[in-house]
Design a protein around this ligand. Structure first.
Ligand code: HEM
Length: 508
């Protein structure tokens, strides 16, 4: 679920203004009317409440460009479990901690599947990655590779030097800047570079190969967030063929495959010194070639997992950094408190160590408050019901898509005092955590399909933020002007207007 509302709007414009398509719409309307006439939901089923619907689109138009906000308003009227129809797809919207616990804990196994879009099928090697692979033995093996080999605490620690070097580059860039810096751009770059070095053992930014990879990656990520109209209204699946969208997906998929194949071939021909440790490609190749873990993976799985890490790990992390600095700039007392904590712990040392980070309780509270207040993936990643099930007294049919509004749950006054205020202190002396046990705070999801990248993401966020507030004093370029807090439509709720800020080097 994602930028699809934008794409749908764009595709709808094409639908509405095309004379041939008008005829198609009329036929679809007739089809819908006839279906409605003859289709009666089983009388003995108790369905969750539903908002009113339009013909054909059903509830699609109610999502708007920021669906988490619109779904929150609808939930206030209809309750924490709502049944919407997005085109022909029945969709359960979950908007309270209790309802989320039912889905991700009590009935987690039943909701361990993902919806499968035609775009992710073609970009992710027929669902050979972790995040959209259907629930089953293949997915279990891949998830265990992620949890135990690629993203374990030990592995994340082994990438510490990458974080140190990349943060030093960022700090230097800020030191050398003569005017305000574009923090949004810098956060996007550092998260990309940290992921790139962890995955490939090197950065792809310069030279022909690097530039090609970066532009391919940008297009890949943009396409991956899309569902097509055909995913929701099968009768309209031809639109993405006619308007060139399918051809674009196929082109990016082919070029990305060529790039990743090149990397794999090169690594196989000239293996690194330590094939067991160095980076994700080497670790995956080791599993692929030696079968030493008892797990066998396809060559395509290696490429699909790499793409997953890119898709899941970059924008999410940079979004948290962006909002954290935005809120700190808007709340000078929180900024001061954080700077005092970090500077007192680091003292006159040059570098911040992992051990220092462990002692920074307010830093952790600031990051948690951002994950609550600006949940990076507000609607998490959708799930699908594998079988018919009863949830909170309602009948949910197999195949129903489930959207969990984690953003709305993080602002629910039932769970949170003054939920509309940015107050990091709420997390001090509190055991509330995002690891999937507290269902009023689930920015990383929970249960079997929960995020395996928490340690990786937290390590980057904590280290970068601690360095920025330790080494610089910050202010907005135009102090009298309110910051524009609008969110940009998309899978991740990024700030719409790039964050600019002026830095002065701190001297103790
Ligand atoms: C702030 C950063 C991040 C946030 C907010 C985030 C959030 C999420 C969420 C909400 C899900 C779906 C959970 C569910 O269905 O219950 C997810 C899944 C996933 N995430 Fe993350 N993530 C982040 C960083 C990362 C990183 C850095 C990586 C890898 C390096 C990663 C890899 C994955 C993968 C592979 C999945 C799919 C798991 C599955 O389907 O079994 N994530 N993430």
């Amino acid at each position: 679920m994602s930028k699809f509302q934008l794409l749908i709007q764009q595709q709808m414009n094409e639908v509405i203004f095309h004379p041939f398509l008008c005829r198609v719409l009329v036929s679809l309307f007739l089809f819908w009317a006839i279906t409605k006439l003859f289709y009666k939901p089983a009388a003995n089923k108790k369905l969750p409440p539903s908002p009113w619907k339009l013909p054909i689109l059903e509830n699609l138009h109610q999502l708007g460009s920021l669906p988490h906000r619109n779904l929150q308003s609808l939930a206030k009227k209809h309750g924490p479990l709502m049944l919407l129809h997005i085109g022909t797809v029945p969709t359960l919207v979950v908007s309270s901690a209790d309802a989320a616990r039912e889905i991700m804990k009590t009935h987690d196994l039943n909701f361990a599947d993902r919806p499968q879009s035609s775009v992710s099928r073609r970009l992710l090697y027929d669902f050979k990655d972790v995040s959209v692979a259907p629930y089953g033995e293949y997915w279990r093996q891949l998830k265990s590779i992620c949890v135990l080999q690629l993203l374990s605490n030990k592995r994340v620690q082994s990438f510490h030097s990458i974080r140190v070097e990349e943060t030093a580059l960022l700090v230097n860039k800020i030191r050398n800047s003569t005017s305000s810096v574009n923090l949004s751009e810098m956060f996007a770059q550092i998260t990309n570079d940290v992921v790139c070095r962890s995955v490939f053992g090197q950065k792809y930014i310069d030279g022909q190969n690097g530039k090609k990879f970066l532009s391919l990656l940008a297009e890949f990520l943009e396409l991956l967030g899309n569902f097509t109209l055909g995913d929701f209204i099968p009768g309209l699946s031809w639109i993405s063929r006619v308007n060139g969208f399918d051809a674009r997906v196929d082109k990016v998929s082919k070029e990305m495959d060529e790039f990743l194949e090149g990397v794999i071939r090169e690594r196989m021909e000239t293996p690194g010194e330590d094939k067991n440790g160095a980076n994700f490609v080497d670790i995956l190749l080791n599993i692929y070639q030696s079968n030493s873990t008892g797990i066998s993976i396809h060559r395509d799985s290696i490429k699909a997992i790499i793409l997953d890490v890119y898709a899941a790990g970059i924008e999410t992390t940079s979004t948290v950094l962006e909002w954290a600095m935005t809120e700190l700039l808007r709340h000078p007392s929180a900024m001061k408190k954080l700077q005092t904590e970090v500077r007192e712990i680091v003292k006159d040392k040059q570098d911040i160590t992992e051990n220092d980070l462990k002692k920074m309780h307010y830093l952790k509270a600031v990051i948690k408050e951002n994950l609550r207040f600006h949940t990076p993936i507000p609607l998490l990643v959708p799930r699908v019901a594998r079988k018919d099930v009863k949830i909170m007294g309602y009948d949910i049919s197999a195949g129903t898509m489930v959207i969990t509004n984690a953003w709305a749950i993080g602002r629910d006054p039932v769970s949170w005092d003054e939920p509309e205020k940015f107050r990091p202190d709420r997390f001090l002396n509190s055991s509330k955590d995002f690891k999937g046990q507290d269902f009023d705070f689930i920015p990383f999801g929970a249960g079997r399909r929960g995020c395996p990248g928490i340690a990786f993401a937290m390590a980057t966020k904590e280290f970068v933020l601690a360095n920025l507030v330790q080494k610089f004093d910050w202010k907005l370029p135009d102090e009298g002007k309110e910051l524009d807090m609008k969110e940009r439509p998309g899978v991740t709720a990024r700030i719409d207007v790039p964050l600019l800020a002026a830095a002065t080097q701190y001297r103790s």
